[in-house]
Each structure stands twice: as structure tokens, then as C-alpha cells.
Design a protein around this ligand. Structure first.
Ligand SMILES: Cc1cc2nc3c(=O)[nH]c(=O)nc-3n(C[C@H](O)[C@H](O)[C@H](O)COP(=O)(O)OP(=O)(O)OC[C@H]3O[C@@H](n4cnc5c(N)ncnc54)[C@H](O)[C@@H]3O)c2cc1C
Length: 356
């Protein structure tokens, strides 16, 4: 069976992994000359948003035998709104390295692959459509889904990722919300070592030319004095697809609409969609059926996004205070069975309080 994978990112590599396990050796095309993005960043998974009753590490390991090592467990999140601050502690999730770092998710997957990748190969789907039995579109964006006419954008984001120097705790992250510089998105600091971290600022519905302006506001308002040694600006769209398979083409990862537009988390879903595309190819099971639990979860989080898209700073202050209330902390962070269900419940309580 001839299978092509376009893109050696999370979903493409996870798909390759699973195909090879089942005796199918795909042809993998990657437009860059190497694995991972051109910049270093990290990825957080939050237990409260994990789709199943297991953490991301356990879930991928036990369900798919995918043994991916995190950079650090996440034990503390400091949440800052214009006039409120909340610190939550507990077994909150994991931080994973990304990009070219030796221990990045992409590198771990690549090192476990028993096949070569065709680097420097930018692929247009129409050029290879007839040369393979199946094509897995794993480009991390909506280009192919759009070409196939199955894509709807729900959210446009510009993000600045800055590498900063200072003193950092490996298991602690910081999150800032403020309409003035992040609109209804957020700023986020995650450690990469005790001496360096990445600060991310995501802003919805702006042009990336405006990033300097928002970034200046952010660092001045939050008194961020870390020395910045590298900056990268990224523009991306989050959206949904009406189907994730068109003829012999499988859409996986971001291009399948499995990244949520609430916080922009899509790493675990990307990995899982790649694995499920491989299952569909190997076993002939309907791919849309296989990924429907992921899509349902993402659309649930879209409801939170719709609410948050109307937030002003008063709402953010109220939300951050609410998330710091002891019973709420207990309900959504320190409960071993905490999942999006509890989060939905907490959101309902929040809406009730807000209406009063
Ligand atoms: C700065 C940033 C921070 C993030 N933080 C988090 C987080 O904290 N938690 C979380 O869960 N998610 C996070 N995400 C989202 C997560 O990284 C993505 O959802 C995930 O990487 C999507 O995987 P993918 O396989 O779809 O795409 P990618 O991993 O982006 O891989 C796509 C690959 O395809 C290649 N490619 C593209 N077009 C072509 C072509 N035509 N021909 C050949 N190759 C091509 C690209 O070069 C790339 O290697 C973050 C994303 C960014 C950008």
C-alpha cells in the first residue's frame, strides 16, 4: 500500500509511527530541512482540559503505546488579571518541549521512527494525489482543508514567542489576561530551563503588523524586565472541518480542526488524530467516526471561547478571582477525576454568579 504523509510535525509523525508498527512504510514529505519548527517553544497540557480520565502522558502511553517524555510536570499556574491574581497548585498537567530541542515531542517521535523523511520537499497535494493510495495531510494549517472546500475558520490569532533570560521554576507557568494587550487571548510564560523561558503573547483578530504595539503594552503593564534574546511572530487560524476525509485524503492535526480555539491547545489531539488516521488506513474503519470524540471535545471548548470572546477586564478580574476560590480550586484542579465535565460545571456556576 502506498501512503504519503505531507508534513513531519506531531500528527504526521504519530501517523507514520502507527503505520510502520503495522507494516506500512509511508513516504514522508517535510518542507523544512529539519524536524520541528524554526524556533523553540514548549507545549502545555492541562489535566483539567484532557479529554479522558487519564493525563496526557498516561493516555498516550496506555492507549497507543506512545511513550513520550515530558520536560516537566506542571505544579503551579500563576494567573494574573488586571486587578486580581490567583495561584493554583497541584498535579496540573505537563510541559513538553517542542521544535528542534533534543527532547522535543517531534524529536522523540522522529528518533523512534525506523524510516527516512524527504526534507526540503514542499508538496502541493494535487501533484501527488494520483501517485498514492492514501495521502495524509498533516501540514499544521488549513491550506489543504481549504483547497478541498471543507474548512471554516472560527478564530484568527497572532502570537509572539520571545525567548527570555532570568530565574525560573521548572514546574511553574504564568498566565496574564487583559483586554488592553491580549484582547480575549492571553500572555503565557513557560520555563525551558532554570535560566531561560518562553513568553508568548497571543492576540485575536489583529494583523501581525500590530504585534509590536500590543507587545510593548504587555511588557510595560506587567513590568516584564527579562532580557529578550529571540523573537518570532506567528499568524494562524483555528477552525473546523465538515469532514476529515475527502476521497483518498486524510486530514489530521490542526488541518482537521482538532485544535481548540479556547486556549489554542492541539498537541495531544494532533498526535491522536495522526494515530487514528493510521488505524483507519490499516483497518478500513471510518476515520470521521474515529475522531468524532476529539471533535466533540473541541466543539465543547468552542462554547467557552464564544463566552470569553465577549469578556472585558471586569470579566477577567471576576474569572481569575473565581478560579482562586477554594471550592472551585478543589473541584477543578485537585480532584483526581477532574475533567472538562467539572470544568463545564464550574463554568455554569461562574455564569450564575456573574448574572447576580
Ligand atoms: C507557539 C505555539 C504554542 C503552542 N502551545 C501549545 C500548548 O501549550 N498546548 C497545546 O496543546 N498546543 C499548543 N500549540 C498547538 C500545537 O502545537 C499544534 O496543535 C500541533 O503542533 C499541531 O500539529 P500538526 O501536526 O497539525 O502540525 P505541526 O506540528 O505544525 O506540523 C506541520 C508540519 O508540516 C510541515 N508542512 C507544512 N506544509 C507543508 C507542505 N506543503 N509540504 C511539506 N511539509 C509541510 C511543517 O513544516 C511542519 O513540520 C501551540 C502552537 C504554537 C505555534
Amino acid at each position: 500500500m502506498r501512503v504519503a504523509i505531507i508534513g513531519a510535525g506531531l500528527s504526521g509523525l504519530a501517523c507514520a509511527h502507527e503505520l510502520i508498527k503495522n507494516g506500512i512504510h509511508p513516504t514522508i514529505f517535510e518542507k523544512k530541512s529539519h524536524i520541528g519548527k524554526d524556533y523553540l517553544f514548549s507545549t502545555t497540557t492541562l489535566r483539567v482540559l484532557d479529554r479522558t480520565y487519564k493525563t496526557s502522558v498516561k493516555y498516550l502511553n496506555q492507549r497507543y503505546n506512545l511513550n513520550l517524555k515530558s520536560f516537566s510536570p506542571l505544579r503551579e499556574i500563576i494567573m494574573i488579571a488586571p486587578q486580581k491574581k490567583t495561584v493554583v497548585r497541584g498535579k496540573l498537567g505537563y510541559i513538553y518541549m517542542r521544535g528542534e530541542a533534543e527532547n522535543s515531542l517531534e524529536r522523540q517521535l522522529y528518533n523512534g521512527l525506523n524510516t527516512s523523511i524527504l526534507f526540503d520537499s514542499y508538496i502541493n497535494i494535487n501533484d501527488i494525489k494520483n501517485d498514492f493510495d492514501y495521502i495524509v495531510a498533516a501540514t499544521g494549517d488549513e491550506t489543504i482543508s481549504k483547497e478541498l472546500g471543507v474548512w471554516t475558520t472560527t478564530f484568527n490569532v497572532c502570537t509572539r514567542v520571545a525567548m527570555v533570560l532570568g530565574n525560573f521554576k521548572l514546574d511553574s507557568t504564568k498566565m496574564w489576561v487583559d483586554n488592553d494587550y491580549a484582547k480575549t487571548c492571553y500572555g503565557y510564560l513557560s520555563p525551558h530551563s532554570t535560566k531561560d523561558a518562553r513568553i508568548l503573547l497571543s492576540i485575536d483578530n489583529i494583523s501581525c503588523y500590530e504585534l509590536d504595539h500590543y507587545w510593548d503594552k504587555f511588557i510595560h503593564k506587567e513590568n516584564i524586565f527579562h532580557k529578550t534574546i529571540e523573537v518570532k511572530d506567528i499568524e494562524f487560524s483555528i477552525g473546523t472541518t465538515s469532514t476529515a476525509k475527502v476521497d483518498n485524503i486524510y486530514l489530521v492535526g490542526n488541518g482537521a480542526g482538532v485544535i481548540d480555539d479556547f486556549l489554542g491547545f492541539g498537541a495531544v489531539n494532533a498526535l491522536e488524530s495522526g494515530i487514528l488516521a493510521a488505524h483507519s488506513i490499516v483497518k478500513g474503519i471510518d476515520y470521521n467516526d474515529l475522531i468524532s470524540p476529539i471533535k466533540k471535545h473541541v466543539s465543547k471548548l468552542h462554547e467557552f471561547r464564544k463566552t470569553m470572546s465577549r469578556f472585558d477586564n471586569k470579566d477577567f478580574n471576576r474569572l481569575i478571582s473565581f478560579l482562586g476560590l477554594p471550592p472551585i480550586k478543589q473541584l477543578i484542579y485537585n480532584n483526581p477525576l477532574t475533567k472538562a465535565k467539572n470544568f463545564t460545571f464550574a463554568a455554569k456556576i461562574y455564569n450564575k454568579i456573574k448574572e447576580k
